[in-house]
Design a protein around this ligand. Structure first.
Ligand SMILES: Nc1ncnc2c1ncn2[C@@H]1O[C@H](COP(=O)(O)OP(=O)(O)O)[C@@H](O)[C@H]1O
Ligand SMILES: [Mg+2]
Length: 233
């Protein structure tokens, strides 16, 4: 579902060129759940943005479901995102001037889907917020806002869902609800799930764990004796 070949990211800063990501190559299978862990500033969000087509690689190749993201311009990437990708941010990123229902409808309207309002109402129900459709984001708790953001990410039935620290701004109780919801949707819709997290328990719920360290990605594997060792990917 995702294939990357030697992708790197460099940016130009006032102090010169900064290489954020060292060449990274790895694959994610359809339906897999993968956690990316690592210290703050190690490059996790940068990698996720590249994989989701929100940003462009400096070198290397990324294929999403066979489509070469690295060859696309912004408009083509936007279309691919609308078709295949859902994204959940730590800070929710809801449109403050729209109600919960309208926020969820938006991607379906942009994609030209039939009955966006009915779909939005159904999915709002699925995330347990049927009674909150007419509320604005600032009238909702953090956990509720993140559930709206998840509903918005899922309304187009994306094949791949990216989540950047989806529980980073939530308390323990709300985190658990959000996690349960993510894995429920991952399993029921067979969505590929790639998430960044600081939370070791959340990482362990994923089938695979990858570690980012200073722009280098390694796979964390458990061997037969259950001791952890790292293996370059
Ligand atoms: N556009 C940019 N310009 C300059 N530095 C950046 C830019 N984007 C990210 N960085 C730097 O790259 C490093 C990795 O950032 P990020 O991917 O956000 O890390 P993480 O998500 O793991 O905390 C950080 O040191 C950050 O300051
Ligand atoms: Mg980050």
């Amino acid at each position: 579902m995702i294939k990357t070949k030697n992708i790197t990211k460099r940016v130009t800063t006032s102090e010169g060129e900064l290489q954020i990501l060292q060449p990274i190559s790895f694959d994610v299978k359809a339906g897999e759940s993968v956690a990316i862990v690592g210290a703050s500033g190690s490059g996790k969000s940068t990698l996720l943005s590249l994989l989701a087509g929100l940003d462009q690689v400096s070198d290397g190749e990324i294929f999403l479901d066979g489509a070469g993201l690295h060859d696309m311009d912004e408009e083509q990437r936007a279309r691919l995102r609308g078709d295949k990708v859902g994204f959940i941010f730590q800070s929710f990123m809801l449109v403050q001037s729209l109600t919960a229902l309208e926020n969820i409808m938006l991607p379906a309207e942009i994609a030209g889907m039939d009955n966006p309002q009915k779909r939005a109402q159904d999915i709002l129900d699925m995330v347990g917020l049927a009674h909150r459709g007419q509320h604005y984001p600032n009238q909702l708790s953090g956990g509720e806002q993140q559930r709206v953001a998840i509903a918005r990410a899922f309304i187009t039935n994306p094949q791949i869902l990216f989540a950047d620290e989806p529980t980073g701004n939530l308390d323990a109780k709300n985190s658990e609800k959000i996690e349960d919801l993510l894995f429920k949707l991952n399993q029921e819709s067979n969505t590929t799930l790639v998430l960044v997290t600081h939370d070791n328990e959340l990482a362990q719920r994923c089938q695979r764990q990858l570690q980012m360290h200073a722009g280098e990605l390694t796979e964390i594997t458990e061997n037969a004796t259950d001791t952890m060792h790292k293996q370059a990917v």
